[in-house]
Design a protein around this ligand. Sequence first.
Ligand code: BGC
Length: 776
Amino acid sequence: MGRIRKFRRGVLRGDGVAGMLGVGALHRHRHVRRQGPVQARPGAGPLTLEIVHTDTDDPMDREINDAIDALLARMTVEEKLGQLTLEVGRWTDVGPRVEERGEEDIRAGRVGALYGVYGAEYTRALQRVAVEETRLGIPLLFSHDILHGFRTTFPMPLAQAASWDPAAVERAARIAAIESSAHGLHWTFAPMVDIARDPRWGRIVEGAGEDPFLGSVMAAAQVRGFQGDDLAAPDTVAATAKHFVAYGAAEGGRDYNTVDLSERTLREVYLPPVRAAVEAGVAAVMPAFNEIAGVPMHAHAGLIEGVLRRAWGWDGVVVSDYTGVMELMRHGVAATPADAGMLALRAGVDIDIVSDIYLGLADEVRAGRLEAAVVDRAVRRLLRLKHDLGLFDDPYRYSDAEREAASTLTPEHRAAARDLARRSIVLLKNDGVLPLPKGIRRLAVIGPLADDRRVTLGSWTGAGRVDHTRSVLEAIRDAAGPGTEVVATAGLPDAVADDTAGIPDAVALAASADAVVLVIGEPESLSAEAASRASIDLPGRQLDLARAVLDTGTPTVAVLVNGRPLAVPWLAEHAPAILETWYLGIEHGAAVADVLFGDHDPAGRLPVTFPRALGQVPLHYAHRNTGRPPAEEERYTSKYLDVHWTPLFPFGHGLSYTTFAYRDLALSARTMAPDGSLEVAVTVANTGDRAGDEVVQLYVRDDIASVTRPVRELRGFRRVRLEPGASERVTFTLGRRDVEMLDADLRPVVEPGSFTVFVGGSSRATLEASFAVVAG
Ligand code: BGC
């Protein structure tokens, strides 16, 4: 890893003479020190204000910091606060533009960064105003939410996680960076690394699901994809790990709601993916809208300055979540905008979106109510990011009209989107209906989402366009052979209406066909931000439609299009086959057709548990055992009277058109030292007659410990491709991190004793072996 950075009380140097150009010539990658386990206590009391300033042994690094300090010394308070202000653009007939006063604000040095404004020529023109018409010529940062592709829309992040394929996920982020950077963007507000265990919460679709291990792998993959290994390269963008932290733990699954959770859960479940992003060198972090136990995250000095920066040694930029600073007043911890601004700045929120509150803090600084050093440390971080992106060297390097035209929505990018879309589809059930025979005579495509292009893109569509995507119906028509007649009806007026008028036509069509593809689920408006649901059933009258169609007896494949686990027990019991297709992006239709007709074998696996009923939530595989684990015949055990305690589909579940068998699980040793390692090997064989991918999953349980441990935790996985009859020996290496836990005082420890490993094709894996951790 990179150089070790030590933190000390900052010395604010204001006497440097190096100018802007001196800064620009010195490119350095952003490195982050890899450290031992988190030591700081999040939320533990107010922290004394300490100016965090990077000290380094690296002369080049020191030179950059000196040059930044020299620039800082030339800035007025207003110019500094301008650097800490991020203005939001708007959509117009000619594309994204700044607000009416935007250009004037840039000229006056009131803006350091812009959001949602892109286009090579336009960003170049705005950058010119910043560089040539402001007193100090500091370049602007252009930011946007690019979560799953820019123009080439990839699957939503939850779907990407279902691929269990970090290389493909990294590639998707890489392509998003190539396309967006060519449009003048420098900075994405992604990846979303929130763990989500409550399917009511609409934002579950933006992250990698319920598991900290899978979430960490996906977080790091995306950071690598966006940032590459050189932030200053013209085709990489700065990434933002969001939302810091525990946003997914909102009470009742209601977006923006209060969070109150134990410090253990915070550290075991919610912090690890952020940590993984930090270790991957993420440039920025965005605090969440929620509070944790009384402290709103935009004011949480203990977690931002304490954990992120001091304990983890991370020195990037913290960007507010939209109106998060302003909302400190609604939270009731600040009476005025100035109070809110000072609270957030002191907590370590460096740049404020939307509200312009920081811009109004000059009087507070002059009156001594806000420490000038607090402002300076934030400005330093922003300037450092601009430096690391290479903007002082060449502020126009990302705004490249030629590259914009040549590298957007290329056939290669589309192919990658199709590949990942296919990999993200999960075959939940199949009694043999799938794949559909190529020569099928009459195929009915039914359902309110069957011919819906918009739904395929999901939310946070970047610069994605509906005219670049295909609906499932369109793609099926394209893919069906000449002998197949494809007939279609929506069956319902729309997916959410309480109206069954179209069902008789759908039934007639289904009865006349040899097979039915029933495309149902959630319109994209029911998913993502501000889209929590108090029910996770199929919305509207879609279940009635499904019952009526299935009653015809025509072999039916249910194709689910949705952004959260749905409770669909009736469908799971009665539909002969179910495909979970999420929102797959511009190649959604094509990918579904590929899988339906067997041109691609589905191998996605669930990154989140599907409950039978909402009443089971939260339901996740890595639960504790309890003193009374559920037992069928014993009433006084932990279960429900009206619903079985098990999930409808467990975490890690997914079928294939072929079958796999596991054998010869072997450990390299029976014991492991706390800092040692151990190899786990297993043979996986394709026992069917088609080629296919299997996702080999490794889980670990700490059998007896000083505090209770989850019944099993994912510690490794590998997606492997196997020809029929072929087998592969898959090996995992376990190390300290895989057996470490937090003791009763929340200190990271490895306790000697017995551990069990489980290997197989889901969190229900049954092949097991034991080893012991032995001290010394
Ligand atoms: C969302 C963030 C997003 C920001 C800027 C907020 O409402 O919570 O995830 O990055 O808007 O669009």
